[in-house]
Write a new protein. Sequence first.
Length: 342
Amino acid sequence: MTATQRPAPAVPGGRPSDPIRVSFRRYAGVRTRVLEVGEPAQDPELPRRSLRRRAAPARPTAPRLVLLHGYCDSADTWRPALEQLATAGIPAVAVDLPGFGDAQPLRPGPMLPQLDAFTAAVVREQAVLGSVVLAGNSLGGTMSLRAAQNSRLPISGVVSIAAPGFVDSWLIRTVARYPLPLRLYSSLPVPVPGFLVRKVAEQVVPRLLYADSGAADASQVQRFTALFPDYRATKTRLEQARQLVAELADAYRLDSVKVPLLVVACGKDKLVTAASGRQLHTLVPHSRLLVREDWGHCPQLDDPVEIAELLGFFAASAVRTTQARRAAATAPRAVREDTAAG
C-alpha cells in the first residue's frame, strides 16, 4: 500500500494544463513513480484514521484502470493513452515497475515474485476507490495475468497485450539461447563506447516497438535509448532479460484466471507474434480475442486513441460482468436465509 506520496518536481516547459498528475509512492517496499488521471488514490495530507473513515461507506464500483508497462519500458509509455482517458473521464494510473523508470531496482533473486508483490499492492490501493481492471503490455501483460491468477486480489478484469511465453518467438529464442553476437558483446575486454551503443539503440528501438518505424515518436525513442547509456548498462539488461525469459517457462496457471480477459494480439509485433495471443485465447476459453494487423509490439504508442477507447469499453463491460457474477453467487444464499427466517 502507499507509504509515501509527494508531487514530483515541476518539469521545465511542462504544460500547466497537463491532466496527468505525477507522484512518488511506495508499494511492497519499493519506491516508484506514478502517473495518474481522474480521482486520486488518497490525499496524503489526511491522517490514516481519516482515510479509513472516508473509505468505510459502501464500496465504490466505477472502473479504475491500472496500466503496466513492458520490459525496459516505463509508465511514460502510457502517457498518450492517459491523456485520452482523462478526456473521457476514466480514472487510471500507470506505474514504473521495480527496476525500470524511476522505480527502485529489483533485489537479487527471482524477478516475477517481486513484481507480483508490487502489482498486488497497487491493485489493493486502487480497489479502495473502485473496481480495478488491469491492463498490461508485454511484461506488463504477464504481470496482469499473474495477478488474475490470484483469487484474493480484487480484480474485475484484465487486458493482456502482447504477453510473452505462449509460443516460441524470436524474442524468446534470441534471449534464451544467448547467441554468439550477444556473447561476444558481453565478453569484450574493451567496453563499446556509449555513443555507439546509443546510436545502435536509436536505429533498433523504433523497428522493434512500432508497427511503422517511420512514425515513431522521437521522445519515446529517446526514452528507450536512455536505458542503454553505456556498455555496462546494456550488459546488465541482457543478463536480466535472460533471467526473466527463464522464469517465463513457469509463469502461468491460466486455469486460475476466472475474471473477464481481453487478449490483444498485434500483427506487426516483431517481438511477440500474434500467434502467442491466439494461443493465450485458446488456453482461457472465456477470454475475448482482438487481433489488430496494423499494430506493433506497443500499440499504446501506435494508436493511443483506439487503445484508450478499447480499455474504457472493456473496463466498463468487465465490471458489469464481474458484479453480475458476484450477485448470482450470493443470491442462493440470501434466498436460503430468507426462507429460513420465514
